[in-house]
Structure formats: C-alpha cells, structure tokens
Design a binder for this molecule. Structure first.
Ligand SMILES: [Zn+2]
Length: 335
C-alpha cells in the first residue's frame, strides 16, 4: 500500500492554470503592523496605514499634490544636473551611467524637485526630495538647486519650504557633496537676515549631510511621525561607542524630546499645519521687516550714509556663496 492513498474517488483537483490571479500590487503589506492593506484604500488615505499610522514612502510628485494647490506648481532649475566631475566608478558601474539610468527611471533630473507653487493661495518656493533618485542623496546639483531656490525665495520675499527625504551627502561626488552643506546654509543665513521664513519638513529618513545642514536650519522644523532623523546610522554609532542605544533612538519623537524638531505632524494634517505655520511666520516677518525699516529710517536721521540696505533690497545684491563656481563642479546653467 502506498503512503498517499486517495480514499474518495472523483475529487476535483484545481489545476494551476485555473487559479484566479490577483492583479499585481493590488494589496500591500504594512511594515508597521504587518497587515495586508488594499492599495486603493492606502492611496485614498495618502499612503498612511489606517490601522497603525505607518507612513509609507511616497514620491516627490505625490508630496507636491499633498502640499500645494492643484496645478500651481511650476518646476525650476530642471536643467541643473551633476556631470560626474570626479569620473567616479563604484563596484557596479560608472556614476555617469547610473545617473542617466536613474533619470530615465524616475523622470527627475536630480534628487530634489524645486519650483514655485501656492499653498491656500499663498506663494511659496518649494523643494521636495525624492528617495528613488539615488537615495535622495545631495550632490553638487542638489545643493545648487536648493541654494538657487533659496535665492529665488529671497528675491521674491516668499517663504521657502523644503521637504527632506535623504540618506545624506552623495559619496559619488566626495568633497563636492560636503561643500553643499556650507553653500545651502549660507543662503539660509541670508534668508534669516532678510526675515524671509524657511520651514523644514523632515520625512523618513533625513540623515547625514542633509540633516546636518539646511534640514536642521528651519525657522520651524516639522517631521513626519516615526521618521528616522539623525547623522550617522544607529549601527555605526553602536559599534563606535560600544554601547546599546536607547529605544526609539533617532525617531522623530526621540529627537523632538531633544529639541531638534518643533512639531510632529501626520501626513493628512501636514498641509493645514504648514499653512498655519506660514501665516504665523509671514506676519512675524512683515513685523520684523517693518521694524527694520523704522530702525533704518531712525539711523538715516542720525547718520546720513547707512552701511546696510533695507531688508527688501537684500535680494538684489549678489549673494556670496562658498564653494567653486558652477562650471568647476560640473553643472549646467539655470532652467
Ligand atoms: Zn500598519
């Protein structure tokens, strides 16, 4: 007698070809609660799990839809791209080739999408990172785009908003990537001097040179729940200091307790909260500019030759930005 004996004859067997296949990608597993969620339901809920509030990663264009008025976004500086000034090659392929492939796959020219837009009718200059483009890493072109977006905000005196989602500086461009930290920070200092608001939004993850430069320099810093925010990764830190790290280390909630983040805002509320923050900051900025003008007028009365122009003139001055000129770091001209 065989081990596998069919006791009842005539049982219908389902052949593999008769199986009903689900369309690919119709269901998704939530990394937060391991639940299987209907994709359309996630899409309707801005890619936030309805059960555990896990924020799924989304593209820069999806963020734009959430944050800006429909049809108001106009992209700027699209022609600025990295040109591989170091002729870098990693274990797999040439950086130049990798860049081209990534551009085709993502339909982006770089890891950050910059442009002008409106939020509840208010003009803003916006930069949104896309992690699909080489991990949202900051190379010379990303730094240049952010610096120019900052100067655009300064010249037009409208708030600057940058949503970061980045692994940090781009290793393929070595020190040129690191120089972008100083370049972007210098432009933000000009915005601060001119009382032009800058709001930084940190999403998962915001680490390395991005978190150590412009992302941490917002007048107000918002973060998505449970976003990883830090400089070096937890494994590197653990192995360096040879100690166990506290639970929740480098989450948005953890760094908020340490004072690095002002508000943790879920994706569904981000637009409304950003609008309220901008209303508050712009009123403050108008008052600060008015005070500056009064002080300048009082200064004129006592001393006829003022050393500094009024805040609204700052945008017309050439801004000295550290780092080599664009042609030396392999950049195309502006859009
Ligand atoms: Zn979940």
């Amino acid at each position: 007698m065989s081990w596998l004996h069919r006791a009842k004859q005539g049982v219908k067997i389902q052949r593999p070809a008769e199986k009903k296949e689900l369309p690919e990608g119709m269901w998704m597993k939530c990394p937060g609660c391991s639940d299987i969620i209907y994709r359309a339901e996630l899409d309707k809920n801005l890619w936030v799990c309805t059960r555990c509030s896990y924020h799924f990663p989304i593209s820069a264009r999806q963020y734009l839809e959430i944050l800006t008025d429909p049809g108001s976004f106009v992209e700027t500086y699209r022609s600025i791209t990295s040109l591989d000034p170091l002729d870098f090659r990693d274990a797999a392929e040439k950086y130049r080739l990798k860049l081209k492939k990534t551009m085709l796959r993502t339909n982006l020219s770089e890891a950050v999408l910059t442009g002008r837009a409106r939020l509840h009718g208010r003009e803003i200059v916006l930069g949104v990172f896309d992690f699909a483009f080489l991990g949202g890493s900051m190379g010379s072109a990303v730094g240049e785009k952010i610096a120019r977006a900052g100067l655009d905000a300064l010249e037009r005196r409208v708030p600057l908003v940058i949503l970061s989602r980045s692994g940090g500086a781009r290793m393929h461009e070595s020190v040129l990537s690191l120089m972008q930290m100083a370049k972007t920070s210098a432009v933000l200092a000009k915005l601060h001097e001119a009382s032009v608001p800058f709001v930084s939004i940190m999403s998962n993850p915001t680490t390395g040179g991005v978190s150590a430069s412009f992302a941490s320099l917002g007048d107000v810093i918002l973060a998505e729940p449970r976003a990883q925010i830090g400089f070096a990764g937890p494994r590197v830190i653990r192995e360096t200091i040879n100690q166990e790290l506290p639970s929740g280390f480098q989450t948005a909630e953890f760094v908020q307790e340490c004072g690095f983040v002002d508000l943790i805002v879920s994706r569904e509320n981000m637009r409304a909260v950003l609008h309220r923050v901008l209303c508050f900051l712009c009123r403050e900025a108008v008052e600060a500019a008015a005070e500056g003008e009064v002080a300048a007028r009082e200064g004129e009365a006592s001393a006829p030759a003022p050393a500094e122009p009024a805040p609204h003139d700052i945008g017309s001055r050439p801004v000295e930005v550290p780092g080599p000129p664009s042609r030396e770091i392999g950049l195309h001209g502006p859009a």
